[in-house]
Ligand binder design. Structure first.
Ligand code: XMP
Length: 329
């Protein structure tokens, strides 16, 4: 098994040629490790798990079983994209589980952010475990561990209970396959590009494991979650159009559990505020605010208040980290 320490001699993967060489080496290693056995992977659609899936598909094809759990807290179109890329384009052995109701029922009425995270993390493991137990002959578990995960897990006190939904219980005694565990994020992206994954997946901004659960602030309701998802999709669409999507590190909408008075079509209209967050950062430890042109803010605001049911105001959060964390909870 590969060691958890990146050798000093290991060249940084910065070019397509280096990515191709890494892929060839990993494909050979994976085949040697796995033989004709089956491998299970929780495929969230994030950069790391997507790249691991594509690598394994190249190495062992249908011996890889991917499980995509939709916890109902994905952004608009995300689960559909996982299915399109992996099932339709790469012909992967993909099990899709829509567990939306299970997660939202458990989360109903829960407003404490840490409790919400624990519920989402715990339920994710349950669903994944249930799917795994329906399968037979699985010997390996693939994981999208990357080098910063290894470096960070050397025990610092976290501000929020974190991070990766899908830290699996110890009784899941599979042998691990972690082909990108010595790579930094930019290298994982380079490998993903070389594997032919779409830019929407490879260049994806960071997205928390508990998803929109940490952005639908307080107790999650289906109607506010829906409004948040639609407003977030508009923000992403407009950032794509004006070129900010490739320039800004992380951008999204948070939506508090409060209503303010507004007016629509001459009548009182109580609605939620959509709060825009657009930050730049290198490692998420600190963050600065992206200057969004007024015309872009104007367009986003108009679209959200006109197109999203239940929202009557749009706000732009100008707080850097510190003092504000990137997410609101
Ligand atoms: P904060 O809000 O702590 O976030 O400044 C730093 C980075 O981590 C992401 N984040 C999470 N990611 N599970 C995750 O996988 C979580 O519970 C979680 N909370 C925050 C956040 O989006 C930002 O990139």
């Amino acid at each position: 098994m590969q060691s958890n320490v990146r050798p000093e001699s290991m060249e940084r993967i910065t070019t397509r040629a280096l990515a191709d060489a890494f892929i060839a080496e990993q494909v050979a290693e994976i085949r040697a490790q796995v033989g004709d056995k089956k491998v299970l992977l929780a495929l969230s659609g994030g950069v790391d798990s997507s790249v691991v899936a594509a690598l394994l598909i190249k190495a062992i094809g249908k011996q890889l079983v991917c499980v995509h759990v939709n916890h109902g807290l994905m952004r608009k179109g995300e689960s559909e994209q996982v299915i399109e890329v992996f099932k339709n384009q790469l012909d992967a052995n993909l099990i899709y589980v829509d567990a939306t109701d299970r997660f939202l029922d458990l989360l109903a009425g829960v407003s404490d952010p840490e409790k919400k995270r624990k519920i989402i993390g715990g339920e994710f493991i349950k669903v994944f475990d249930e799917e795994a137990s329906k399968l037979s002959g699985i010997s390996f578990l693939a994981q999208g561990t990357i080098y910063p995960d290894i470096l960070e897990s050397n025990g610092k006190k976290a501000v929020k209970s974190h991070h990766n939904v899908g830290g699996l219980p110890e009784y899941m005694t599979f042998e691990l396959v972690e082909p990108v565990k010595l790579l930094f994020k930019d290298e994982v992206r380079e490998v993903g590009r070389a594997l032919g994954l779409p830019s929407a997946m490879v260049d994806r901004q960071p997205f928390p494991g508990p998803g929109l659960g940490v952005r639908c602030l307080g107790a999650i309701t289906r109607d506010r979650l829906h409004a948040l998802r639609e407003a977030d999709a508009i923000l992403r669409e407009e950032f794509d159009k004006c070129g900010l999507a490739t320039k800004v590190w992380q951008y999204f909408i948070s939506m508090p559990d409060m209503k303010s008075v507004g007016v629509k079509n001459g009548e009182r209209y109580e609605g939620w505020p959509a709060i825009i967050r657009a930050v730049n950062s290198k490692d998420a430890m600190t963050a600065t605010i992206e200057e969004i042109p007024y015309s872009v803010l104007h367009t986003i605001t108009n679209r959200i208040i006109n197109e999203v049911e239940g929202v009557n105001r749009v706000l732009y959060d100008l707080t850097p980290k510190p003092t504000g964390t990137i997410e609101w909870e």
